[in-house]
Design a protein around this ligand. Structure first.
Ligand SMILES: *Cc1c(COP(=O)(O)O)cnc(C)c1O
Length: 370
């Protein structure tokens, strides 16, 4: 049985009629940026998240960058960001002229912690980027309290956590700004790049929109110097179709995660994902940990099961951050994660039979070789 890591073409084939219709409508309209599809998407996404404002953008990386700009982050400032994340969450800090300060993550949920942020806070700290990694909420309420005490801005990176929740709050609405990616493989993915920022603060929303549109809210207005980061109308049309199915797809991911956990829980050679209490984890990734990660990955590849490593190297150990002179002892959890994490296939179209097959192959790996 072949188990690809993702299968976006299969999802397209299931919704082809609806998506083709939406795309052709845009194609024949002759209008490919802005317009009613983009407005509709912003309104519906804001509503789904219970946020007052949604600003659609070209991608999440520019969303994080523009969020920092809108919050006034610049040279001389420090921004605390997780050592264990995708590089967007640190590169945008440097791009603003500020200094990225890495904080380690916790060994059960792999997200940035309030105590690590506290340890790294100095009088130059101006903001924190909390990443809700793999679909799991970071301990965002304690982090928000800490930010309140020290007058720090809080940006939530929800690129892997569309409609994940902490109690009843949709992630992205707890901090000052929440940023989302619609990169094709994300829980809500466009057919190319896409992203957005949500916020309850009108001033921040307007600033981000200005920055994303050459400094103006209307054409040919340039209140400030800006940038160009827009969601294409074709992408908005795709997202409008897909947004209707997002909750169902998340539910299916949660179901698959529960199947994996149920089938694999007796294997003490692997550590399974834990779900933080009072949160909804939407399982962008199902990440296990094992000492024999590379061996297991190869074994599964031979049985036609594709897996991935998110991520092969923690950010402070990337060549891009050599100048910070960090060593593994500075980030012991991240240093361990890069050697042990393995992401199993998880997406709504995955069948129960495929999940069973993955579990039985993992079990056979440990039975035959231990
Ligand atoms: C995907 C991702 C991003 C970047 O999103 P783009 O839309 O590709 O720029 C940022 N942060 C995290 C945590 C991501 O997973």
């Amino acid at each position: 049985m072949v188990v690809p890591f993702v299968n976006l073409a299969l999802q397209y084939s299931q919704y082809k009629t609806e998506i083709d219709e939406a795309l052709f409508k845009v194609l024949s309209s002759g209008s490919y940026l802005g317009g009613s599809h983009v407005n509709e998407f912003e309104n519906s996404f804001a509503e789904k998240c219970h946020a007052a404002f949604c600003v659609s953008l070209g991608n999440a990386t520019s969303g994080l960058f523009l969020a920092l700009k809108a919050l006034g982050i610049g040279p001389g400032d420090e921004v605390i960001t997780p050592a264990w994340s995708w590089i967007s969450t640190s590169e945008v800090i440097s791009l603003c002229g500020a200094k990225p300060v890495f904080a380690d993550v916790d060994s059960d949920h792999y997200t940035i912690t309030e105590s690590e942020i506290r340890n790294k806070t100095t009088d130059k700290t101006k903001a924190v980027i909390a990443v809700h990694l793999y679909g799991q909420s970071a301990e965002v309420s304690p982090i928000k309290n800490l930010c309140g005490q020290h007058n720090l801005h809080l940006i939530e990176d929800c690129s892997q956590a569309h409609l994940s929740k902490e109690t009843d709050s949709v992630l992205g609405t707890i901090g000052d700004v929440g940023v989302f990616s619609f990169y094709p493989t994300k829980n809500l993915g466009a057919y190319g790049d896409g992203g957005c920022a949500i916020t309850n603060n009108k001033v921040i929303a307007d600033k981000i929109r200005r920055f994303a549109n050459h400094g103006g809210l209307i054409k040919d207005e340039h209140q400030i110097e800006g940038f160009n980061s827009r969601l294409g109308t074709l992408q908005a049309a795709v997202l409008n179709v897909k947004l209707k199915y997002l909750e169902g797809w998340n539910q299916r991911r949660i179901e698959i995660a529960a199947m994996y956990t149920h089938r694999l829980k007796n294997l003490d050679q692997i550590k399974l994902p834990l779900i933080r209490q009072n949160t909804t984890h939407t399982f962008h990734q199902y990440v296990i940990r094992t000492e024999r990660r590379d061996e297991l990955k190869n074994f599964l590849a031979h049985t036609e099961i594709q897996t991935m490593i998110h991520y092969p190297k923690a950010l402070p150990f990337e060549p891009a951050y050599e100048y910070l002179n960090h060593s593994e002892k500075d980030f012991p959890v991240s240093a361990e994660l890069q050697k042990t994490v393995l992401s199993l296939p998880i997406y709504p179209e995955l069948t129960n039979e495929q999940v069973e097959y993955v579990c039985s192959m993992i079990k056979s790996f440990y039975d035959t070789r231990d």
